[in-house]
Design a protein around this ligand. Structure first.
Ligand code: C5P
Length: 232
């Protein structure tokens, strides 16, 4: 793992949680802080990559860690905006990393006016499925381009977690899948993380725990190795 092993590599990373609008003041969201995605962007830039950070909602001070001359930030809101930005930015990327926590569903209707209690009764919010963005990006990838996905799991045990992750990796068609266990206290919003990294074919290519920056370093180590294998 040398500091310049990503020199000149064009990287797109998505980070944070999407916000699916309900009305002008409300949304459906999730607890993603964006820390792991921002750490991936910062680590890639430190190793010489040209980075585009497609940023969904990221908590308070986290985005400051992405301040680097080689990181360009593209802010997005809902999953549909994220899909559009990722599709566009991926056209010129060597590595695409989908670390964002994307809402699986969005409200069918977005009210132009704030929903009020005056109508009486509890409002029903009908949902419709969002596109699986990473699956689409993987299906559209150019030769030599690597697509990396994440899987946040709340498993009974580690064997179940890895089995679910391998299924997800296959279904979505991603080259590398980073698996992390999440819970009320773990993963989302926290400063540290613990991951397993699956390479092509579901082979365990690495594992890491500690700060999200240290985890990012391990993930880029595996990606850099895969790129070498891919190009040789
Ligand atoms: O299926 P699940 O949400 O666990 O998959 C997580 C992976 O898929 C992440 O890489 C996430 O960014 C991506 N994802 C996506 N589009 C969705 C849902 C998840 O790209 N609609």
């Amino acid at each position: 793992l040398t500091p310049g092993d990503l020199a000149g590599v064009r990287v797109v990373v998505s980070a944070g949680g999407t916000r699916e609008p309900i009305d002008p003041v409300r949304f459906l969201g999730n607890r993603s802080s964006g820390r792991q995605g921002v750490a991936l962007a910062a680590e890639a830039a430190a190793r010489g990559a040209e980075v585009t950070l497609v940023s969904a909602h990221i908590s308070g001070d986290v985005l400051a860690e992405a301040r680097h001359p080689s990181i360009r930030i593209v802010p997005v809101g809902a999953a549909a905006d994220l899909a559009e930005a990722m599709t566009r930015e991926s056209e010129v990327a060597d590595v695409v990393v989908m670390a964002a926590a994307v809402a699986d569903y969005r409200p069918v209707q977005v009210s132009e006016r704030k929903l009020t209690k005056e109508g009486g009764g509890v409002p029903a919010i009908d949902l419709i499925e969002n596109e699986d963005i990473v699956a689409s990006l993987a299906a559209a990838r150019r030769p030599g381009q690597l697509v990396v996905g994440f899987a946040a799991e709340t498993p009974e045990d580690q064997a179940e977690m890895l089995a679910r992750a391998r299924g997800k990796q296959q279904r979505k068609g991603v080259d590398v899948l980073v698996v992390n266990e999440v819970g009320w206290e773990r993963g989302f919003e926290s400063v540290e993380n613990a991951v397993h990294i699956l390479g092509p074919g579901g082979v365990e290519a690495g594992a890491a725990s500690g700060s999200k920056r240290a985890v990012a370093a391990a993930i880029w180590g595996v990606i850099a190795e895969q790129r070498v294998l891919n190009l040789s």
